[in-house]
Design a protein. Structure first.
Length: 383
């Protein structure tokens, strides 16, 4: 049994272009593009005599269509591109679930266009002669042979111009660094609020890539990798920074932990002379130790431990020093492993979110580079 969206393709004469993920073809004489991932439908249309008709009345008629169909959000005519642009709620999902309904939607639109004496046309000049479907500079267009020649010349000139403009990676790295800093700040804020930073990678990578492209003039695959690596470094570093900051408070000179160590040391030192004056018998009667030597060994060990702990605290009252000895600190001061567990969870989610963005974004950048300033004819491919 054929699925609803397959039935729709058969009824509308739409075909699939696998490189763009769009459906294209003709319906009732009109050139139609359906872009599920963008939640858009584009229909090429122009007035019969080549001059603008009553655009206000046309738009009013198109505005009435969404109210008749629950999935459609807007339906507007773009005079400069000669297209009716319709937007939808979750177009990809709704096409698969209710594909046969789209024939009715298209009927509603084409009926309005015919009422206003409009016809399918070249997006660039409005001609109805020998139109064909193309992907130009990553955009789907319908054009006639004369406009195709002009479009190819323009894209060729743009390719030459783009090739002459180098990628300014120095300023691009600055843009990527700003995105990484945004990631770091968001990670720190969420840590302070007690949340795991699930979204920091998505936000940071988006900002880094956007600013890299803006500052560098364009972005290459190397630029995308730079953004990814920089965000990974800042994500990992910020999580360690947050944990180190907490331990700096623990090791502070006026902190409860250090004050308790100082009190223990002072108490042990004050008992020093008395401890050494004890006899074996007194030690056995007043403690769990069987001899004075065993007792003194435990006493000296406790005193040495206090001094070592105080020295360690004194040497780790800065964030860099705590970050450098993070593994040792966690081994000695995170008895239940809770802090290490939180740190590991934050690291994993931060790195995972960055890599997920990279996995989805980098192929898109590569495709954009391949399609930039190029044009190709779309070949109908039956489902």
């Amino acid at each position: 049994m054929k699925k609803p969206h397959q039935l729709m393709h058969e009824r509308t004469g739409l075909f699939t272009d696998k490189s763009t993920g769009a459906y294209f073809g003709t319906y009732d004489g009109y050139s139609v593009f359906i872009k599920p991932l963008e939640n858009r439908m584009e229909i090429s249309a122009a007035f019969d005599d080549g001059t603008p008709g009553d655009l206000m009345m046309l738009q009013s008629a198109l505005n009435s269509i969404p109210g008749q169909h629950k999935y459609m959000q807007t339906c507007q005519y773009n005079e400069s591109t000669r297209q009716v642009i319709c937007t939808w709620k979750q177009l990809a999902q709704s096409v698969k679930a209710n594909g046969d309904m789209y024939s009715a939607y298209l009927d509603s639109i084409t009926r309005v266009l015919r009422d206003f004496h409009m016809h399918s046309c070249c997006n660039l000049c409005g001609s109805t002669q020998s139109m064909d479907y193309y992907c130009a500079n990553g955009h789907l267009v319908v054009t006639c042979p004369s406009c195709l020649t002009r479009l190819e010349q323009e894209l060729s000139a743009q390719r030459e111009t783009a090739a002459q403009i180098p990628e300014d990676r120095v300023h691009g790295v600055l843009g990527a660094a700003i995105g990484a800093v945004v990631l770091a700040l968001l990670t720190w804020i969420l840590w302070e609020m007690g949340y795991v930073a699930y979204i920091t990678g998505f936000v940071g990578m988006t900002v880094a890539v956007t600013l890299y492209k803006k500052f560098a003039g364009k972005i290459s695959m190397i630029g995308a990798v730079i953004c990814t690596v920089m965000c990974l470094i800042f994500s990992v570093g910020t999580n360690y920074f947050c944990v180190a900051k907490e331990f700096v408070k623990v090791f502070a000179e006026d902190g409860k932990y250090v004050q308790a160590l100082k009190e223990s040391q002072s108490g042990l030192e004050a008992l020093g002379s008395e401890v050494y004056a004890l006899s074996d018998e007194e030690v056995r009667l007043n403690s769990d130790y069987s001899s004075k030597d065993e007792f003194l060994e435990a006493y000296n060990e406790a005193l040495a431990t206090c001094r070592t702990e105080l020295e360690f605290a004194e040497n780790h009252r800065s964030i860099p020093s705590c970050m450098a000895d993070m593994s040792t600190i966690l081994d000695n001061y995170d008895e239940g492993g809770e802090i290490r567990g939180n740190l590991t969870e934050c690291l994993l989610w931060g790195v995972l979110s960055i890599l997920l963005v990279a996995v989805f974004m980098i192929p898109g950048i590569r495709k954009q580079l391949q399609e930039e300033n190029t044009i190709r004819v779309l070949q109908p491919m039956e489902l």
